[in-house]
Unconditional design. Sequence first.
Length: 209
Amino acid sequence: MARVSQEHLDARRRQILDGAARCFARDGFHATSMQDVLKEVGLSAGAVYRYFSGKEDLIAAIASEAVGSVRRAFECAARVGPPPTPDVLIGRVVRTLFGDDAGGRGGLDPRAYAGLIVQVWAETLRSERLAATLGEAYEGLRVSWAELVGVYRVNGVLAADVPDEHMARTLIATAQGFITQLAMFGDAGPEVLENGLRGLMSMDLQKVS
């Protein structure tokens, strides 16, 4: 019997995940059955269950990939010196994930992919397994962003007496808010986020106070 190459196994797993993502984005997690996934990917039950034990397993894998994509996009955007300002940094992150030439979305358009991510967040409220997966990923992301805020402070470009972790959480929340708006309304592009943050950063706080 000929051995199946790892490349073939990886490609088949990718095929299943992409097909499941399309189903979930189109019909939602709960309205999608494993039979729907089998039909979408054009494979037998045995071929799919070789990689995933069921729908919960598929959802967890997709969730892990989505969060991992966010973290990798951030790390790539922050891997320059000096570190980019928040408007540039978050703009690069969302462009990496949702720009016209962004990859890793399984054929989904930006709004559908954003909707899938929002579904993943909502699913953590009922799935302990998913909550643990995303909690671990979020913790790593929060630590990375807090370290970046610390670099801002060391470089003398951040004078505010606010804990690094609080600022990191706010930056993450900004990216999450963008993803939610894109999913719900479809009218938010990376340039909207970049321009909005740049405008807020240009405020003269002495005049405000």
